[in-house]
Design a protein around this ligand. Structure first.
Ligand SMILES: *Cc1c(COP(=O)(O)O)cnc(C)c1O
Length: 490
């Protein structure tokens, strides 16, 4: 892949790998068994229906088919994947092994407590560790993803106000919040009050103060925000919101920037979610299960989803004595395999290791930002957290769109960063290198990005035509999302 200009592929070869059904030949087999001399007993008529329509293939045909398909894809294991807001970092394989241990992977969620003591202990301890990492009182592993955690937290806030007879309906959502925040608030019956950003890309407490009233149920703050900046006024904003009778929700999906370093109680946070499938050893994206645990301070702890794991006299058990709980959010207890990976990740790193990981994530993002700000426009020239936001403003004069830069990166061996997000920045290029990249790899991507900036001047058509090294060229992304074709026929 790492070549200047790949040969372009004829259209007919785009998807030249035949389906296994097209390749199969009646009577082929992936398995040879010795003849035993035992006579073949015919299956009695009517005992078996038509077999499934599976193709007959040799083992090597199958191995090559899947190996070829795997080379069409791109993953963290094949190269840098600097998607902003996604934390596509390397996940140690050992955690995958541990999640697959039969005692974990085979445990049925309806097992009696005495037969699932190890699983209950893992849930109990992980909830305690996560609460400690963010400095809050307690946590629940039930929510199945980040947005589900937001829903959980907002349901807790709604119930808190309901129990006090309140009719508070408004939730403040800054322009720098993740896009799922207003949707989660709306699903709980709240209406959104937009909060504009200050000139430095952060929230201004004076602006927040002007929007608070007796209708305010709370505020949802993404911290670090979607510009990759730390909301340093959060303690002051929390004081204002609390004084107005509201509560503070922190979207902590970007935990990778602050793991083990920020005490959310001191920042005035009442409830937050974190994404285990970003920071803690489960890959984000790709359609696998996620996990968005919610942590709460003392005020909202009683509202956490139930049942919760309790521990007394050496015994773990399900607590159902939770009169204020919002109840179940999940058929069972959350995405347990993701929890096992996170548990094993935390055990391996320990308290200091967690801090180191977030420290390197922030260092790498600032390194990238500083090395690229001469070649690309940097709309907010501030110390960033785990990700930095650039734009194509310096290339626009040469008719180069952010999309062209992203597509050219594919030809040069990288997964593109997040583009056109956050919405508050025009034609954004948002990059989150994560702590897993070595300095040499960061230097290589910097060189590549600089090369693209100079190609934008010297040979813009190279960017307009990209990607040329991939199976498919520029896709009609709207149709792909709106009218997906999920069958094999072309
Ligand atoms: C990823 C992300 C979410 C949503 O998480 P999902 O698991 O995709 O639902 C919410 N907020 C922020 C800040 C995020 O980065």
């Amino acid at each position: 892949m790492n070549q200047d200009q790949g040969e372009s592929r004829p259209a007919t070869r785009w998807l030249s790998e035949p389906l296994l059904w097209e390749r199969g030949r009646k009577g082929r087999s992936g398995l040879s068994v010795p003849t035993t001399g035992v006579p073949v007993a015919p299956i009695p008529a009517g005992a078996a229906g038509e077999g499934p329509d599976w193709p007959d293939l040799g083992e090597l045909e199958v191995v090559r088919h899947y190996t070829r398909l795997s080379t069409w894809n791109f993953g963290v294991d094949s190269g840098m994947y600097p998607l902003g807001s996604c934390t596509m970092k390397y996940n140690p394989k050992i955690n995958e092994r541990l999640a697959g241990l039969p005692g974990f992977s085979g445990a049925h969620p309806l097992l009696p407590e005495t037969a699932a003591a190890g699983a209950l202990q893992l849930i109990y301890e992980l909830e305690q560790w996560l609460a400690a990492i963010v400095g809050l009182a307690a946590a629940s592993l039930q929510p199945a993803a980040g947005a589900h955690g937001e829903l959980c937290g907002m349901l807790m806030i709604a119930k808190y106000h309901r129990e006090r007879g309140g009719t508070r309906r408004k939730v403040l959502v800054p322009d720098s919040a993740h896009g799922t925040n207003p949707a989660s608030a709306a699903m709980c019956g709240f209406s959104e009050v937009k909060v504009p950003l200050g000139a430095d890309g952060r929230l201004d407490p004076k602006v927040v103060a002007g929007l608070l009233d007796s209708e305010t149920a709370g505020i949802m703050i993404t911290n670090p925000n979607t510009l990759g900046l730390f909301e340093s006024s959060l303690p002051e904003i929390s004081r204002l919101v609390h004084a107005a009778g509201g509560l503070v929700y922190a979207d902590g999906a970007n935990l990778n920037a602050i793991m083990g370093r920020v005490d959310m109680t001191r920042m005035g946070v009442d409830v937050m979610h974190i994404n285990l499938h970003k920071s803690m050893s489960t890959p984000h994206g790709g359609g696998g299960p996620g996990s968005g645990p919610v942590a709460a301070g003392k005020t909202l702890e009683p509202y956490l989803p139930g049942p919760r794991v309790g521990y007394q006299d050496g015994r773990y058990f399900w607590r159902r004595d939770l009169p204020h709980s919002i109840g179940r959010l999940h058929a069972f207890h959350g995405q347990f395999a993701v929890a096992v990976r996170a548990y094993s990740y935390l055990l391996a790193l320990g308290g200091e290791g967690i801090k180191d990981a977030s420290g390197y994530a922030v260092l790498n993002a600032n390194y990238l930002k500083e090395k690229l700000k001469a070649a690309y426009d940097l709309p907010y020239d501030e110390t960033c957290m785990h990700e930095c936001v650039l734009t194509n403003a310096k290339q626009r004069g040469d008719k180069i769109a952010t999309l062209d830069i992203a597509k050219r990166l594919i030809d040069l061996g990288y997964h593109p960063p997040t583009i056109y997000f956050p919405l508050v920045v025009e034609s954004a290029i948002m990059s989150e290198p994560t702590e897993s990249e070595a300095k040499e790899d960061l230097d290589a991507v910097v060189e590549t990005m600089r090369q693209i900036a100079s190609e934008a001047k010297s040979n813009p058509d190279l960017l307009h035509a990209a990607p040329v090294t991939t199976k498919v060229r520029r896709l009609d992304e709207t149709s792909a999302a709106r009218k997906p074709k999920l069958t094999g026929d072309m």
